[in-house]
Design a protein around this ligand. Structure first.
Ligand SMILES: [Ca+2]
Ligand SMILES: [Ca+2]
Length: 327
């Protein structure tokens, strides 16, 4: 075969082969991969699992949120019990109303027979006398009304000494004339006063409810002074203490704050002494006495004495009962 013949043969064989190119089943590589299910599974192996997990977690969270909402809306156990009890109380109240029995809240509290308005108790002996009681004796009083302040207490009522009013008398444990001897320094003799049948609070209530009160106090002295001097220092040997326990600077019969005895205020003390008879201190019996009348400080709660240390020195004190009148 000649060269031309060979070329012609090649053309005849190759042209039909070229007519089938590309083959029917041919796909470009990229396109084949896009449509491949296997590849989709490969791609989902991570992302789809993640989505599934996320969806699962979302469902869990939703159920938890719902549970929390339920819990938030539900009343707590204590509140539930309270509501149940309130309902029960309403039921019982209804039952009470039906049976015409008043509930405890509707019940009127009646005063006790011995403390109520239907049993009168007097504030003082003056009050008693005002209400027609004329016989002296022991009575129970309540100066600041029943069911208020101090408890009622017993006192002696003197209904005859004063025509116009009853006198409320409160006694104590030092009513006897008492000797002071052998106590030299100021206040080294000290006597606490205890009142019979009444506390200091009750006595204070009586004083407050009274128009006037008084208590007698006397010191009889033999070279035993109330006020003296040691070198340049002024010394108060004898003093009384108020119901509040304060040491007072004036003696009975004088004005509060005066620092004097009764004679000192009127300028009538022995040997022109400026303050008290006892301050003369001259080996003669003398005395300073009078009534304490200051309602703010009565009654006497304590008495203090001294200047009885030497053998020629002594004294006697007398403290009267507390007496209150009027209202
Ligand atoms: Ca009272
Ligand atoms: Ca003396």
């Amino acid at each position: 075969m000649s060269l031309c013949g060979v070329l012609v043969l090649l053309v005849l064989v190759a042209v039909p082969a070229l007519g089938q190119f590309p083959p029917d089943n041919w796909e470009f590589p990229d396109r084949r991969i896009e449509n491949n299910e296997d590849l989709r599974e490969v791609q989902c192996r991570h992302t789809c699992e993640d989505v599934k997990a996320l969806k699962r977690r979302m469902r869990e969270m939703e159920s938890r949120v719902l549970a929390l909402e339920d819990a938030a809306q539900a009343p707590p156990t204590g509140l539930l019990k309270m509501l149940q009890l309130e309902g029960r109380i309403r039921e019982l109240e209804q039952l009470l109303l039906k049976s015409n029995k008043p509930s405890p809240e509707q019940q009127v509290v009646k005063p006790r027979k011995d403390q109520g308005t239907d049993t009168h108790i007097s504030a003082s002996c003056a009050d008693l006398k005002e209400n027609g009681e004329t016989k002296s004796g022991t009575y129970t009083i309540d100066p600041d009304d029943l069911d208020y302040g101090v408890e009622p207490f017993q006192v002696y009522c003197d209904m005859t000494s004063d025509n116009d009013t009853g006198i409320t008398v409160v006694g104590h444990d030092s009513e006897e004339r008492m000797l002071v001897n052998g106590y030299e320094t100021a206040g080294s003799y000290s006597k606490d006063i205890t009142y019979h049948g009444a506390s200091m609070e009750q006595i204070a209530a009586l004083i407050k409810a009274s128009k006037s009160c008084r208590q007698f106090l006397k010191y009889e002295c033999f070279s035993s002074a109330i006020h003296g001097r040691i070198l340049d220092l002024e010394v108060t040997y004898a003093s009384w203490e108020s119901r509040q326990g304060e040491k007072m600077d004036y003696w009975a019969g004088a004005s509060p704050g005066s620092g004097k005895c009764a004679c000192g205020e009127t300028g009538t003390c022995a040997k022109a002494n400026p303050r008290c008879n006892c301050d003369v201190n001259d080996k003669r019996w003398r005395a300073d006495e009078g009534y304490l009348t200051d309602k703010a400080t009565l009654p006497v709660s304590r008495l203090n004495f001294g200047d009885t240390g030497h053998e020629w020195e002594q004294g006697y004190y007398t403290l009267g009962k507390l007496e209150c009148t009027g209202y």
